[in-house]
Ligand binder design. Structure first.
Ligand code: 5AD
Ligand code: SF4
Length: 473
């Protein structure tokens, strides 16, 4: 089969990074191999993000830049197929076709198992509405995807849950990704074993609201529960030999149940880091956001988590300038941040998303006010992150060496607390966990030196362990 070239550009969250890899998997049987060079591509796929206005506008400018490439390919007598996938495709499928005629295929996040069919038709010269697929099909795409074509390296992502039923009033996810759904536990465990066999030492479980996970339980004796929550899934994953580290993201405070809190105490492979967005510290704003929890609910939850795992490092998401947010509301966000203490965090200016309830609220906050609040919040969060990094200086932390560093002779990895760690180390240590003495703290990373290497993890043939999780259940 002739090899065709596939160029994928991914925007947005880790779920999109995962989805892009899986789209490459479904296209491999059609003869597509990845390229880093868009000029060489026969198929360009933009996997897009709709979460904030800036993210979606980027897509239209990128498509504009691709148009000359398409024309150049045509002038040279070859076909360049352009596909827009992901959440912008889902939300603005028709608009994309209208504004960007160079786009051949529009594909939502729930239908990418159908991509090969659409690509074949586009390759055959078909154009127009028929190549827009933004369904929410009854079938799960995961039942139709081929096995992954390669490993993801030492730190892998695994999507276990998708969509969201929370309907925060600012958020497009329930509309673009659809209703909350979970993959069956057996499917997740099989994929995890394959990832470990291909070199993964750490797996991050992904979901828009991952702690709402409630996947079908593996076939078990009568009387066992028919579905597993995230804590049960994590316990089963922790049994996989060679899988040293487990993380999960992103969580909603309301779905943090007792079992999951206990897992932070009981499962050593579950890393002491949790991304737990709160969005705001004012109860008035939280209610308008439809968050379904108060600021004190969140404080109490953090207390319980830290009682279970005293060294738990917290991360969060914050929105400033939500419609109706006053100075005194924002002051409560600062207070909450001071009370909780974050190891890192993401913060954003509220961005109006068409079709969401908050977009219709009249009392929008002017942009300069949002900018001022964001700067204040980021200063506080930045100081907390630096303090957290400084507190690790002099400590020895196990670091998974995930990738080459920026400079020759350097490797980079993550501490259990998700800190980015750089150090001098030979490439043969890639994929290993090293005991690292932290020497120096920076705002977004720490620098260390290898003090010792942990023994290489034992890898057991995945097929031989096929029933381990089911029998444990
Ligand atoms: N404006 C700004 N930030 C948003 N987020 C989601 N929707 C919006 C919006 N309309 C942020 C939230 C969420 C993160 C993924 O993106 O903080 O947790
Ligand atoms: Fe969006 Fe997260 Fe709220 Fe769901 S829980 S609506 S994904 S912000």
């Amino acid at each position: 089969m002739t090899t065709k070239k596939l160029y994928i550009k991914t925007y947005g969250c880790q779920m999109n990074v995962y989805d892009s890899a899986r789209m490459a998997d479904v296209l491999a049987p059609l003869g597509y191999a990845a390229t880093e060079v868009p000029e060489q591509a026969d198929l360009i796929l933009l996997n897009t993000c709709h979460i904030r206005e800036k993210a979606s506008e980027k897509v239209f400018s990128e498509v504009g830049r691709l148009r000359p490439l398409k024309q150049a390919a045509e002038a040279a007598g070859r076909r360049l197929v352009i596909a827009v996938a992901g959440c912008v495709a889902q939300a603005e499928g028709e608009e994309i076709q209208r504004r960007a005629p160079a786009v051949d295929i529009v594909l939502g996040p729930q239908t990418y198992h159908r991509l090969p069919e659409l690509v074949r038709r586009a390759e055959g010269g078909e154009r127009g509405r028929g190549l827009v697929d933004t369904d929410f099909p009854v079938e799960s795409k995961f039942d139709f995807l081929p096995e992954e074509t390669g490993g993801q390296g030492p730190a892998a992502f695994l999507s276990v849950q998708e969509g969201c039923d929370k309907f925060c009033s600012f958020c497009v996810v329930p509309y673009t990704r659809g209703a909350e759904s979970s993959r069956p536990a057996a499917q997740v465990l099989d994929e995890a074993r394959r990832l470990v066999a291909a070199g993964a030492v750490e797996i991050t479980l992904l979901g828009q609201n991952v702690n709402a996970y409630h996947g079908e339980a593996p076939a078990t004796a009568a009387g066992a529960p028919s579905s597993w929550g995230l804590a049960r899934l994590i316990a089963a994953l922790a049994e996989i030999e060679g899988l040293e580290r487990i993380r999960y993201t992103t969580s909603h405070p309301r779905d943090m149940d007792d079992e999951l809190i206990a897992a932070h105490r009981d499962v050593p492979a579950l890393m002491p880091y949790l991304h737990l967005p709160v969005q705001a510290g004012s109860d008035r704003v939280l209610a308008a956001m439809n968050r379904k929890h108060s600021a004190d609910d969140y404080r109490r939850l953090v207390e319980r988590l830290r009682a279970a795992r005293p060294d738990l490092a917290l991360s969060g998401d914050f929105i400033v300038g939500f419609p109706g947010e006053r100075d005194q509301d924002f002051a409560q966000t600062l207070r909450l941040v001071s009370d909780v203490g974050y190891a890192q965090a993401y913060s954003f200016k509220y961005s109006t998303r068409p079709g969401t309830p908050a977009a219709a609220v009249e009392e929008q906050v002017p942009d300069p006010v949002k900018a001022e609040r964001l700067a204040m919040l980021q200063q506080l969060l930045g100081a907390q992150q630096l303090a957290f990094n400084q507190a690790s200086v002099g400590r020895r932390l196990p670091v998974l060496l995930e990738r080459a560093g920026k400079h020759a002779g350097q490797l980079a990895g993550r501490s259990p607390y998700m800190q980015s760690v750089t150090l001098e180390a030979p490439p043969r240590l890639l994929g290993r966990i090293a005991e690292v003495e932290i020497l120096e703290a920076h705002p977004n990373s720490v620098r260390g030196r290898v003090a010792a290497i942990e023994p290489e993890p034992v890898r057991v043939d995945s097929a031989a362990r096929g029933c381990a999780a089911a029998s444990a259940a």
